[in-house]
Ligand binder design. Structure first.
Ligand SMILES: Cc1cc2nc3c(=O)[nH]c(=O)nc-3n(C[C@H](O)[C@H](O)[C@H](O)COP(=O)(O)OP(=O)(O)OC[C@H]3O[C@@H](n4cnc5c(N)ncnc54)[C@H](O)[C@@H]3O)c2cc1C
Length: 388
């Protein structure tokens, strides 16, 4: 068993950390206040190869392994969780499924602009009445000529307003309810109209949009994988994607711990540093322990994925634990800082708001528990059409 990162992994981790410390972290509070999406930043990340870190070089990526990409997400999220999710959705939920399921023509046409950061990617599955129950989607793809006409509405689509490529799920078999009649399509920005910017509790430097697709005409070259097999694309995408969200949670929790630890060594009360009080020491010890535990789960899941081994259960465990840990420990960081923790003078209140979403998207904690239960009970068939 080898628990050390490789030299290459350490290098990309350090590169991302240095960039995030210089170019992201100093602006994160302002972006949060202004609800500013830092579009220009993604060009800089692309110059470093970080918009397609784990994409093979022949498709315009940096060609590093999946764990390296997870380290990138952890470091970006440590500086700004909104930046973290923008890159996570762009890569895990769009570029990687195109690589996994695309034909050679689709891969060479759609992947390089994403990997080089010329386009942002969006993953359009959720609808107003289809969240966890993703098999209930109503967006229709009806046969038209040699392709389809797509009509429908999607909700809460990360990157929607700035995206050039939408991995979109629509029902091709109108007679079959549930997951079986769904197909995956590759749409461009001009197939889609953005109708709303969501107001959120946190993650304010990311964009979350409602979109409509109003009779978009597409050819067969836009179908990803087989007709009526799109649900499989969605589910395997989320298997990998949730390792990225777990890394996002880990990065947020690490940031909160770093602030709480430094504060405990500075702040004085009753003639002592608060870090001299056992109550505070125990909070920091728990934080550090839980962050370590989450990190091991996240890196294990990433390692399994990059070995091409099954990782559904391990990815779900990593996301479940890391996200709940991040919510708990960002709250504890506020407690360590006392009143200052509740103010915008310190970033921990932002970390707390940002951490909450990691328990919800790419499958809620309840759904992660379902996935884990199904796996440990040997119910390997995906009998429930839930976002899992
Ligand atoms: C900021 C943000 C960004 C997002 N980005 C994207 C995106 O880019 N693309 C995209 O497609 N979607 C996106 N989503 C949607 C997200 O994936 C869904 O919100 C999530 O899957 C949960 O669906 P829901 O909100 O409809 O909740 P619901 O499915 O309505 O669930 C409500 C509650 O019921 C529970 N529940 C539901 N079913 C079960 C069950 N079978 N057993 C036990 N409990 C259950 C849930 O866990 C939850 O607690 C985003 C959402 C947000 C808030």
């Amino acid at each position: 068993m080898e628990l050390d990162l490789t030299q290459d992994q350490k290098e990309i981790q350090a590169l991302t950390r240095d960039f995030a410390t210089a170019e992201i972290e100093p602006h994160a509070a302002q972006w949060d206040r202004d609800h500013h999406f830092p579009r220009e930043l993604f060009g800089k990340l692309a110059e470093l190869g970080l918009m397609g870190a784990c994409v093979p070089e022949e498709y315009g990526g940096a060609g590093v392994d999946f764990l390296s990409y997870i380290l990138v997400l952890e470091e970006l999220s440590r500086a700004d969780a909104g930046v973290g999710v923008t890159v996570a959705v762009h890569t895990s939920a769009v570029t990687l499924p195109l690589l996994a399921y695309g034909t050679d023509e689709q891969k060479s046409r759609f992947v390089p602009p994403l990997a080089r950061g010329e386009h942002l990617g969006a993953f359009a599955l959720t609808e107003p009445e289809a969240g966890s129950d993703a098999g209930a989607i109503r967006t229709k793809a009806e046969p038209a000529g040699d392709g389809w006409t797509i009509t429908g509405a999607k909700q809460w689509i990360t990157n929607g307003r700035y995206s050039g490529t939408f991995l979109t799920f629509a029902r091709t078999d109108q007679a079959t309810a549930g997951a079986r009649g769904v197909s995956a399509f590759i749409l461009d920005a001009d197939h889609v109209r953005v109708t709303r910017d969501e107001e959120k509790l946190g993650l304010n430097s990311s964009v979350t949009n409602d979109i409509v697709i109003e009779g978009a005409q597409i050819g067969r070259d836009r179908l990803l994988h087989e007709e009526n097999r799109g649900f499989r694309v969605a589910m395997t995408t989320l298997d990998g994607g949730r390792i990225g969200i777990a890394a996002q949670a880990l990065g947020i929790a690490q940031a909160a711990y770093d602030v709480a630890r430094a504060y405990a060594l500075e702040r004085r009360a009753f003639g002592h540093r608060i870090g001299d009080f056992q109550a505070i020491q125990q909070k920091l010890a728990d934080m550090s322990t839980e962050i370590d535990a989450a990190r091991l789960l996240v890196y294990r899941a990433a390692w399994l994925k990059q070995q091409g081994r099954p990782h559904t259960e391990e990815g779900a465990k990593a996301k479940l634990f890391a996200s709940e840990m991040a919510r708990r420990q960002t709250a504890e960081a506020i407690q360590v800082l006392g009143g200052y923790g509740y103010t915008k003078e310190f970033p921990v209140e932002r970390y707390y708001r940002d951490a909450k979403i990691t328990e919800i998207y790419e499958g809620t904690s309840e759904i992660q528990r379902l996935v884990i239960a199904r796996s440990i009970l040997g119910l390997t068939e995906r009998t429930l059409a839930v976002k899992s």
